[in-house]
Ligand binder design. Structure first.
Ligand code: HEM
Length: 393
């Protein structure tokens, strides 16, 4: 398993980063920490109204941990036991994440609860928390799916995430049992560019929402939802294709990440303007944000009808956005792919986009989801108020 140690230079405070490559001015938009939680010069830290690790610029490595609550624990007793663990976790996370060395490694921990937990503990379920539906083409391994508690740990060194992972598992005692874990990394950019690339060689994430779009589409108050998919990729078969063919499948230029006609990456308004054409025109996406409002993802004019960026375009979802924060994984030579991580205010968006991918996206011929999970990402911990306090009292 490669252990990436390169810090990725997604500058924390800038909202739009201008990459000038191959003569193309490519504007990369991404959520930053401007809105919340504030990151000081020393690194992310822990306390805040919202948890870090959502809008935080991607660190070099990720470790996902899923735990199950002891099956014997239910109702009020189960809620008490979980509250006790979350209390000790909060203390441990505050102590570790606020330290200078963790801040230097940009260590973040982001906790969420799975769909089965609220009913089992007699708690009021967050409105949009439910299991994802089954999708055509998935080949899910139950041992890599689900979980009552999900923890996303990210840092610029794998040592930092491993250290805090063992602490959390030790403190979970006999209340939470490890269910699955998955680590991820950002492959180094071949040209030393600032945008991470996926194992398919394309820049990954340049069409992500702006901070304003994240306020609207990613956050639900101080909470959000995380969708995890462990997507096996047929990397070698894809690499054997001519670059032009690869670009047709993704719908983007491989070296710049921009549109195939060389235009800018900034999308146009949802209704109006030539970018609103294509399969979405007049379709269910009509309406949504008013014309002239914020962009709705990358442009699709130059993208072939069965390309990935066509199938996943926010234009087909009335402008709804998700914040993709994925990593690559490599578990031996025959199993590598994308650890797809995306935050959104309602996972129903993911289900719509995934269904379109299954039916109209040529990229699906190279992908197979083998793991899957969804979680409600709790509001952040404030001084004297542990993680989960809103839910568990
Ligand atoms: C399976 C492997 C996948 C690969 C290699 C991949 C690759 C890419 C690439 C290269 C882009 C364009 C650049 C950018 O990141 O902004 C992109 C955009 C995007 N992808 Fe994927 N993707 C994958 C899976 C998925 C899945 C499972 C979903 C959701 C169901 C998804 C949703 C999106 C969305 C929403 C965009 C932005 C489109 C826009 O705003 O215009 N992708 N993807």
């Amino acid at each position: 398993m490669p252990k990436a140690t390169n810090a990725v230079s997604e500058t924390p405070t800038r909202r739009r980063v201008l990459i000038t490559g191959a003569g193309l001015g490519l504007t990369v938009t991404a959520c930053t920490r401007d809105a919340d939680p504030p990151e000081d010069a020393r690194g992310p830290g822990f306390h805040g109204l919202r948890q870090a690790g959502v809008t935080t610029p991607r660190q070099a490595t990720a470790l996902l941990l899923a735990y199950d609550l002891d099956p014997a624990l239910r109702g009020a007793a189960g809620a008490r036991a979980l509250k006790a663990v979350l209390g000790t976790w909060t203390q441990a996370l505050a102590g570790t994440l606020e330290s200078d060395s963790s801040r230097a490694a940009r260590l973040t921990a982001t906790l969420g609860i799975g769909p089965a937990l609220p009913a089992r503990l007699g708690l009021r379920a967050p409105a949009a928390l439910r299991d994802l539906p089954a999708f055509t083409g998935d080949r899910l391994d139950p041992d890599r799916c689900g979980g009552d508690l999900l923890v996303q740990l990210c840092a610029d060194t794998a040592d930092a995430t491993e250290g805090i992972a063992s602490t959390l598992t030790r403190l979970a005692g006999e209340t939470l049992y490890p269910r699955w874990r998955q680590d991820g990394f950002l492959p180094p950019s071949p040209d030393g560019g600032t945008t991470p690339r996926s194992l398919l060689g394309f820049p990954d994430g340049p069409a992500n929402p702006t901070p304003e779009e994240c306020e609207r589409w990613v956050w639900s108050g101080n909470a959000t939802y995380l969708v995890v998919r462990r997507v096996h990729l047929r990397v070698e078969d894809f690499a054997r294709l001519a670059v032009r063919r690869q670009e047709e499948i993704i719908g983007r230029d491989r070296s710049t990440g921009g549109p195939l006609d060389g235009g800018p990456l900034d999308g146009g308004p949802l209704d109006g303007g030539p970018s609103a054409g294509g399969p979405s025109a007049g379709g269910p996406s009509a309406g949504g944000p008013s014309a002239g409002g914020p962009s709705v993802g990358g442009p699709v004019d130059a993208a072939p009808p069965r390309s990935h960026v066509r199938a996943v375009s926010p234009r087909l979802d009335a402008g709804a956005r998700m914040l993709r924060r994925g990593y690559s994984y490599a578990d031996g030579p025959t199993d590598q792919g994308l650890l797809f991580l995306a935050f959104m205010r309602d996972p129903a968006l993911f289900a719509r986009v995934q269904r379109r991918m299954a039916t109209q996206d040529e990229l699906s011929g190279f992908t197979e989801a083998r793991g899957s999970a969804v979680a409600y990402i709790l509001p952040g911990a404030r001084a004297g108020r542990p993680l989960g306090a809103e839910l568990l009292g």
